[in-house]
Design a protein around this ligand. Structure first.
Ligand code: KG4
Ligand code: ZN
Length: 336
């Protein structure tokens, strides 16, 4: 079975084909980073218009003129409504024209399955740390479509904290890679930022206080180099995520941690969690580097997994959701 996947939830147009026999056979991505750079963040209307222009050429590049495709999966939420709608309407039109099912996919489910695009894919059950521009959560994943949110952010997402810190330091958008690059030249411990909510039990996160601490450091302390601030910020984030992941592993008894979403591309986060895993006896897996941030491959893969498991909502109306709690995907009665 060959599934075409289409991702348009934010500022990346992603298109890919996942083949149940051959794996990922083609993928293409157009990033809108340059389009939004002057505004310091994603402008929703510009994002939607750009998706509309990119979708046809990207699909042509990926499937050619002879689309041998058995289903079309698309991101139905969460994300920017206009951007989501461009992909949903396009995907469903293709599916209708080709007379194949259309499969709506939850963007975060796409992220959390992305590590399975690696060779020797990990399997359920596991704890998933989902860290992107819009979400920060720890999820107990026992099977496809069986998700229990163990903790999530009460305010900013980690990626958002990276992006805001980048802006405070005068760096570009998206901020994650830029802050990480600057941090690599900074000194650990030159400035100490809080490790929010690690001093009390629980698995929720809060990153807005950290952002405020960065703001204060930038405004008040001329003696601290921007690279040291970036390093202090990254250290605080990595420490905080490390503490919560270890707690989630202990609480669930699972032996595998999966890390996904844009921030899972962060090298120092990967190194720390790998070290934790070795020390505490659990496994850790990440998506292939190019599939950490938004892409079509994870949506094609999730579409195939849902079809294969008989869990594809092929009768869904043409509807997208800006907000869509992950736990709403849970299939009732499937709790083991
Ligand atoms: O998953 P994603 O592409 O889009 C959303 O679904 O939000 O995540 C984008 C986020 C941005 O906030 C970006 O700054 C962050 O991921 N990011 C990183 C890195 N690469 C991307 N954060 C830290 N370190 C990185 N290397
Ligand atoms: Zn994403």
């Amino acid at each position: 079975m060959r599934v075409l996947g289409i991702e348009t939830s934010c500022d990346e147009t992603g298109v890919a084909v996942y083949d149940s026999e051959l794996g990922l056979t083609a993928h293409a991505l157009h990033s809108q980073v340059e389009l939004h750079a002057d505004w310091g963040g994603v402008v929703p209307e510009l994002a939607s218009r750009d998706h509309v222009m990119r979708l046809v050429p990207l699909v042509e590049r990926v499937v050619g003129t002879d689309p041998d495709v058995d289903a079309v999966a698309y991101t139905a939420g969460p994300g920017l409504v206009g951007a989501l709608m461009t992909g949903a309407a396009f995907a469903r039109s293709l599916a209708w024209g080709w007379d194949v099912p259309a499969v709506p996919i939850h963007h975060m489910e796409g992220h959390l399955l992305a590590p399975m695009l690696e060779e020797n894919p990990p399997d359920f059950p596991f704890v998933a740390l989902l860290v992107s521009g819009g979400h920060t959560m720890l999820v107990d994943v026992t099977a496809l479509g069986q998700y229990r949110v163990l903790g999530e952010t009460r305010d900013d997402a980690v990626g958002e904290a990276f992006d805001k810190t980048a802006r405070l330091l005068g760096l570009g958008y998206p901020g994650g890679p830029e802050v990480a690059a600057l941090a690599a030249r900074g000194r650990s411990g030159a400035i100490d930022f809080p490790r929010p909510m690690t001093d009390r039990p629980g698995l929720d996160f809060s990153f807005s206080g950290l952002k405020t601490a960065v703001l204060r450091a930038v405004q008040n302390d001329d003696s601290v180099a921007p690279a040291d601030i970036a390093r202090g910020f990254e250290d605080a984030v990595v420490d905080t995520l490390s503490v919560k992941c270890r707690r989630a592993i202990a609480a669930t008894g699972h032996e595998l941690l999966i890390v996904a979403g844009g921030v899972s591309a962060n090298t120092r986060l990967r190194q720390r969690l790998q070290k934790d895993a070795g020390k505490h006896g659990f496994g850790v897996r990440f998506p292939p580097a190019e599939f950490c941030t938004d892409n079509g491959a994870m949506i094609a893969y999730a579409g195939w997994r849902r079809l294969a498991a008989g869990l594809a909502d092929t009768e869904a109306p043409l509807q997208v959701r800006a907000r869509w709690p992950l736990e709403e995907l849970n299939v009732e009665g499937r709790h083991e």
